[in-house]
Design a protein around this ligand. Structure first.
Ligand code: FAD
Length: 368
């Protein structure tokens, strides 16, 4: 079953992701296992790595995070200068129910009051973002344990202690949690000693990571309305592409349109830059909206995820085979663990909430 088939079957059976995600996280909350007493290194400070470090710190386990870039968030990056509301350059929609915020902080007493609105069928933040949530509620307790500008090059898990080599020195730990994008592993940008087991290597090699691109364009008027313009690409083989009103539901008078594109259709944008890229987008919109785009254009912003040195792509295809995906999430020798949107139990993948859920599963495995 692919992710899309799973979503369809779940909705026919009346058990949406929200319910399933609540069930699995409750399991983690009531786990009777003792907190792990050794030292854990988490690699990557995106949603998966931050969730992982937060949960380890919450239970009293010694943890450090190694992050290659100079900030937290990974694919939750936000631009706050372009408009008068946050522009989400990666994760934008909340693809589950709002109970997810309490689940992530794993603390019933914490006041997690986030304003959202429903942009049916998905939910969005109101003048807020996934990045803001992680920045405000998850990162504070672990911020002093994060090493920025620290790119992991080699992980040697031969001996009792795991040795991790970076551009910023050597680190040791009893257990390591990998929370880097799948594309980083596909490209062999981290060396493992010994090599990863065959089943893990095969899963990493077989799975397809879609290209990823977003653009935001400000116009002097809203000539496009509130409905999404979805392109009819074959999602199973190609990906997804849509234009939408990015300002919908926000407290703003600005007219900002978004372009979300993953997979093959992203090539049209990834292969262009500067005026060539801008004119390509405007002429595409002029074609759809009766020549209204170019005349009302004010400015634009683009995000090419393939070019980001520590991300190198969009995300794992929605149509990957769940059995192969499941192998990504499996731990190795009780030493190497995996957490992140792509390293799940194969039930669901790709979204921020799946990264958070995978961290809970990895925590359970670490505690034994
Ligand atoms: C265009 C686009 C739109 C999306 N829209 C949505 C959406 O609407 N809703 C949603 O829920 N999700 C969405 N997603 C998916 C979501 O953003 C990601 O799945 C999620 O943020 C991934 O979290 P992660 O922690 O697994 O990985 P990442 O966020 O990629 O974090 C990995 C971290 O590892 C670091 N790293 C990489 N290599 C190394 C190394 N060698 N050493 C140390 N650190 C390293 C990176 O710098 C990065 O910070 C979207 C993604 C894209 C690309």
């Amino acid at each position: 079953m692919t992710r899309q088939e799973f979503i369809r079957v779940s909705s026919i059976l009346g058990i949406g992701f929200p319910v399933m995600s609540m069930m699995s996280s409750c399991e983690a909350i009531i786990s009777k296992n003792k907190p792990y007493a050794g030292k854990v290194l988490v690699i990557g400070a995106g949603a998966g790595g931050l969730s992982m470090a937060y949960l380890l710190h919450q239970q009293g386990t010694q943890v450090e995070v190694l992050e290659a870039s100079s900030g937290i968030g990974g694919r939750m990056r936000v631009n706050k200068q372009f408009a008068d509301f946050p522009i989400p350059l990666g994760a934008e929609w909340i693809e589950t129910n709002t109970g997810i915020f309490k689940e992530i902080v794993n603390d019933g007493s914490m006041d997690v009051n986030i304003q959202t609105f429903s942009d049916s069928p998905d939910r969005k933040f109101l003048n807020y973002s996934w990045f803001d949530f992680y920045h405000d509620f998850v990162a504070p307790s672990i911020k002093d344990s994060i090493w920025f500008d620290t790119q992991v090059k080699t992980i040697n898990y031969q001996g009792d202690k795991i040795l991790v080599d970076t551009n910023n020195g050597k680190f040791t730990a009893d257990k390591v949690v990998l929370s880097v994008p799948l594309k980083i592993l596909k490209r062999g940008l981290i060396q493992f000693v010994p090599e990863l087991p065959e089943s893990k290597k095969n899963a990493i090699g077989e799975l397809t990571v879609w290209d990823g691109f977003k653009a935001f364009i400000e116009f002097s008027s809203n000539f496009y309305g509130d409905n999404e313009y979805v392109f009819s690409v074959n999602p199973e083989t190609d990906g997804q592409k849509l234009y939408y009103n990015a300002a919908l539901g926000q407290n703003t008078k600005r007219n900002v349109m978004g372009l979300f594109v993953v997979g093959k259709p992203a090539e049209d944008y990834l292969n262009r830059s500067g005026d060539n890229l801008k004119n390509f987008i405007l002429s595409e919109l002029d074609g759809i909206y009766n020549n209204k785009a170019t005349v009302s254009y004010i400015k634009h912003l683009t995000q090419n995820w393939n070019e980001d040195p520590y991300i190198q792509g969009g995300y794992l295809s929605d149509f990957a085979d769940w059995r192969t995906v499941q192998k990504l999430g499996n731990s190795i020798d009780g030493k190497l663990f995996f957490a992140g949107a792509e390293f799940t139990d194969g039930e669901d993948w790709v979204s921020v909430h799946t990264a958070a859920k995978s961290a809970k599963m990895a925590l359970k495995a670490i505690n034994g």
